[in-house]
Write a protein that binds this ligand. Structure first.
Ligand SMILES: *Cc1c(COP(=O)(O)O)cnc(C)c1O
Length: 393
């Protein structure tokens, strides 16, 4: 079975490009060029150089000794938290800004919810000297003040989305409207493995550096390229797609995807798409989507802003539907506890998104000889207030 995108832009029955006609030229330009551009030697050279010197790659593959003893298995952490800007998102924004330059674009737009993708986009625009406009819901602007300040310091303009629930989906609508109105000079940087084809595949390819590095690092540490399991959290699914990519067609590698159960899968306050989602269309692709019986998108909930999304990328919908990946839904409480455990056992404060992936260690029993690689997608600095409020520090 093929777990990558097919020529038509689908992962099994998921994916495609469901977009308004007026967006077609922009998306089609990207579709026709992204593979050609990214395969060019000078693109490869510049991308790899920036990943090395600017982002700080390769990110370490760290053997977590005390955590391994606690769970009686071999646990490695892929340290995306050590990247510049504190998470994996920069891998993708570097790739997309280079594609935008090759396409001759002068103006970059993005949408952001919690602000992490907005910051990563503002960062690469400053790096390349390109104009940057980030759409953000008015409510999110109020509750994510530090990231708004970061984007402004980096020279980006933050435009409030004032319609609907004034959160991520409304910011996305504004970004799409902007792109329709500026088809020639503007590139839209999407921050996860979602959106119309070719975005999920393009983002996955840029993030696939994660599993590429895991292979050579494991070879050095364990004498083999393939772990027994790879584990990653899923919001839209970009860190997971990058972590899984080179193992998708290695049946000996177990793939574990972790989504947010919020206050509990059946409480009405969750983001557990693999359990609650039905086929639907969101942000230009067909995928699993939390929705009401008449097809309205359900408001998702998670304590973690990065996992607070009502769908999953089409690759992951396919992995769920075919059973290639095992999905776990982790509650706020279990994630927070696992996050604090990592602090106490390894001296690493993880992003709350990453804490969801870590919580799988309490849900699934691994064998002592198993090599389990967990994607530590980001660092916890941005979540300090949430940790403080939750634990009453
Ligand atoms: C944004 C974010 C996520 C979720 O996004 P994916 O596209 O699913 O990877 C996970 N972890 C961190 C640290 C993030 O910033």
């Amino acid at each position: 079975m093929n777990f990558n995108v097919d020529e038509k832009g689908y992962y099994g029955e998921f994916g495609g490009a469901y977009i308004p006609e007026m967006l077609y030229p922009n998306v089609e330009e990207l579709r026709q060029n992204y593979l050609k551009i990214t395969a060019e030697p000078d693109f490869q050279k510049e991308f790899n150089q920036l990943l090395k010197d600017y982002v700080g790659r390769p990110s370490p593959l760290y053997f977590a000794k005390r955590l391994s003893e606690k769970y009686n298995t071999k646990i490695y952490l892929k340290r995306e938290d050590l990247n510049h800007t504190g998470a994996h998102k920069i891998n993708n924004t570097i790739g997309q800004i280079l594609v935008a330059q090759k396409l001759g674009k002068k103006r970059i737009i993005a949408e952001t919810g919690a602000g992490q993708h907005g910051v990563a986009t503002a960062t690469v625009c400053a790096l390349m000297g390109l104009e940057c406009i980030v759409y953000m819901g008015e409510i999110d602007i109020a509750r994510q003040a530090p990231n708004v300040a970061r984007m402004k310091m980096l020279g980006a303009e933050v435009r409030p989305a004032l319609s609907g629930s004034r959160t991520l989906k409304d910011a996305t609508n504004e970004a799409i409207r902007d792109w329709i109105n500026n088809p020639v000079d503007t590139h839209y940087i999407i921050g996860s493995a979602i959106g119309p084809h070719p975005y999920p595949d393009m983002v996955t390819r840029f993030q696939s550096v994660i599993s590429e590095e895991i292979k050579s690092q494991l070879k050095e540490k364990e004498g083999r390229e393939n772990p027994d399991y790879v584990v990653a959290c899923i919001g839209g699914g970009s860190n997971a797609a990058g972590t899984f990519y080179h193992f998708l067609h290695k049946p000996e590698v177990g793939i574990i995807a972790v989504e947010a159960a919020g206050k509990g899968v059946d409480t009405g306050h969750s983001a557990a798409t693999s359990k609650l989602g039905k086929m639907g269309i969101i942000h230009g692709c067909k995928t699993l989507l939390m929705q009401t019986p008449d097809g309205q998108i359900t408001e998702p909930y998670s304590i973690s802003a990065g996992l607070d999304y009502p769908g999953v990328g089409p690759m992951h919908a396919h992995l769920a539907e075919t059973g290639r990946a095992e999905f776990f839904s982790i509650t706020d409480d279990d994630a927070m506890k696992a996050g604090l455990d990592l602090c106490k056992f390894e001296g690493i404060i993880p992003a709350i998104e990453s804490s969801h992936a870590l919580a799988v260690l309490n849900e699934k029993k691994f064998k002592p000889e198993d090599v389990v690689v967990i994607s530590l997608s980001g660092r916890g600095d941005k979540d300090l207030n949430t940790y403080i409020e939750y634990f009453n520090f």
